[in-house]
Design a protein around this ligand. Structure first.
Ligand code: NDP
Ligand code: 2IT
Length: 444
């Protein structure tokens, strides 16, 4: 059996009931097959792939908190410190009832390659909890965040592990967690990113993932002879990534016509009303069904459906495995030319293959959504030098990083004979720096 197949089999056997982690590992290792085969003896001797797929450290802890009625709840907290070869662990904290160790491991594994692609000195990690922030009062959110940080603080720090936001963790949660860290440690340091602007946050971090997604998408299309202006875009999600993807797409002259949350989806043929979307989601924290109150001509449907709309470009920005092969068939039938992932692993392996076989340009999340973590790394730099850069400065660095990422993965795909396969390109380009650093640092 080849080394790649052996390690995939081990991962499946050693990590039962973690299908998302298996999926992420399979995608990466399949892409690396050509590189691994060229170095098989040396990699095997160093157990390089085994070290790559086993996190350096996995923390699982109890998070008790008291609700507004005095009832105590117990959630599970996680932090997986996956790989620190190229820098301190870096990656978000997801708060969602679906969170379990396998989900955090898949996200942490992806983060290793994504962070490497940014070109910045950040290792990979991820964390979170099965806590559901929906419908909770501000005080309940604070109680949870303080309890979560009361355990997590032992394992993180500005030079060791720097968490940030992800699904369910935005500026409010980061604020409560930062306050508790500072209180317990008595240290004022950039231990989290995505902070508020009044206490060490970076301008453009809020916008960064969505904006970065569009910068990369625009560059990728341009290199394939396509102008993004005038294109109709189907977007899923209605959170941080989706909102700022829609904003930047509109600034580029494209027309996003859909968005979605976990209860339903909107089709607005005239283009999404961004001010309405921000008010519903960022101010009221309400359901998307309210969108019709702002735009009576738009359609609202319960359930899932954004990929059934005729669109030139699809940007999945909600969650993992939200675009399956049936969705891919609809996109292709409707003439979709590109899919760029704003979320982490939103497209199933089968759907990815189907899209690629049918000539759809496809950029995986670890490249396309890297603008968020890249700007987090810029926030770390600003915290270290105790200065704040202007919006324009951060935004122009972000733009440069995203354009660079595209060219790096495009070049890696070409170098190994997979021209136009941006999945293979991203995985190889991300892997090269990590493996170089791991090899230089010996068996650790
Ligand atoms: P948010 O919590 O801000 O928004 C998530 C959105 O997806 C919400 O509209 C949510 O709806 C919707 N959603 C639909 N189904 C699900 C589901 N099953 N689980 C979770 N959410 C669902 O998160 P972000 O926008 O920050 O994150 C979206 C994706 O982008 C995730 O995959 C995340 O890992 C990835 N990402 C985020 C980055 C960041 O900087 N924030 C950086 C890089 C990647 P509802 O409100 O009804 O739950
Ligand atoms: O998936 C991701 O890259 C994020 N949630 C952002 C991580 C970060 O550290 O900014």
């Amino acid at each position: 059996m080849s080394y790649v197949d052996e390690v995939i089999a081990q991962v499946v056997e050693k990590n039962p009931a973690q299908p998302e982690f298996h999926q992420a590992v399979k995608e990466v290792l399949e892409s690396l097959r050509v590189v691994v085969e060229a170095n098989e003896e040396a990699y095997r001797k160093d157990a390089l792939l085994e070290r790559l797929v086993n996190p350096e450290r996995q923390l699982v802890f109890r998070v008790p908190w008291v609700d507004d009625k005095g009832q105590v709840h117990v959630n599970t907290g996680y932090r997986v410190q996956f790989n620190s070869a190229i820098g301190p662990y870096k990656g978000g904290l997801r708060l969602h009832p679906s969170v379990n160790l396998g989900i955090i491991k898949f996200l942490g594994f992806e983060q290793v390659f994504k962070n490497s692609l940014t070109g910045l000195p950040i290792g990979g990690g991820k964390g979170g909890s099965d806590f559901d922030p929906k419908g909770k009062s501000d005080r309940e959110i604070m109680a949870f965040c303080q309890s979560f940080m009361t355990e997590l603080y032992k394992y993180i720090g500005a030079d060791t592990d720097v968490p940030a936001g992800d699904i369910g963790t935005g500026a409010r949660e980061i604020g409560y967690m930062f306050g508790q860290y500072k209180r317990i440690r008595g240290v004022y340091e950039g231990v989290l990113t995505g902070k508020g602007l009044s206490y060490g946050g970076s301008l453009a971090r809020t916008e960064a993932t969505g904006y970065g997604l569009l910068y990369l998408t625009q560059e990728m299309l341009k290199c394939n002879g396509i102008d993004i202006a005038g294109k109709v875009i189907a977007v899923s999600g209605a959170g941080n990534v989706a909102i700022y993807a829609i904003e930047k797409a509109q600034q580029m002259g494209a027309k996003p016509v859909t968005c979605s949350d976990s209860t339903g989806w909107v089709y607005d043929p005239d283009g999404i009303d961004l001010a309405a979307l921000k008010e519903i989601k960022e101010v009221k924290r309400a359901r998307l069904s309210e969108y019709k109150n702002y735009r009576p001509n738009a359609e609202y449907h319960e359930g899932k459906g954004v990929w059934s709309v005729k669109a030139d470009i699809a940007l999945p920005c909600a969650t993992q495995n939200e675009l399956d092969v049936k969705d891919a068939e609809m996109l292709v039938a409707n003439g979709c030319m590109a899919v760029c992932e704003g979320a982490n692993m939103p497209t199933t392996l089968e759907a990815t293959e189907y899209l690629q076989k049918n000539g759809v340009l496809f950029v995986p999340g670890k490249a396309a959504n890297a603008g968020g973590v890249a700007t987090s790394a810029l926030e770390m730099s600003q915290n270290s030098e105790r200065l704040s850069w202007t919006f324009e400065e951060v935004d122009s660095k972000l733009q440069g990083i995203m354009v660079n990422i595209f060219h790096n993965l495009d070049a890696a795909a070409k170098k190994y004979g997979f021209e136009g396969n941006y999945v293979v390109g991203a995985n190889i380009a991300g892997f090269e720096k990590v493996v170089d650093a791991m090899t230089a640092q010996g068996i650790v």
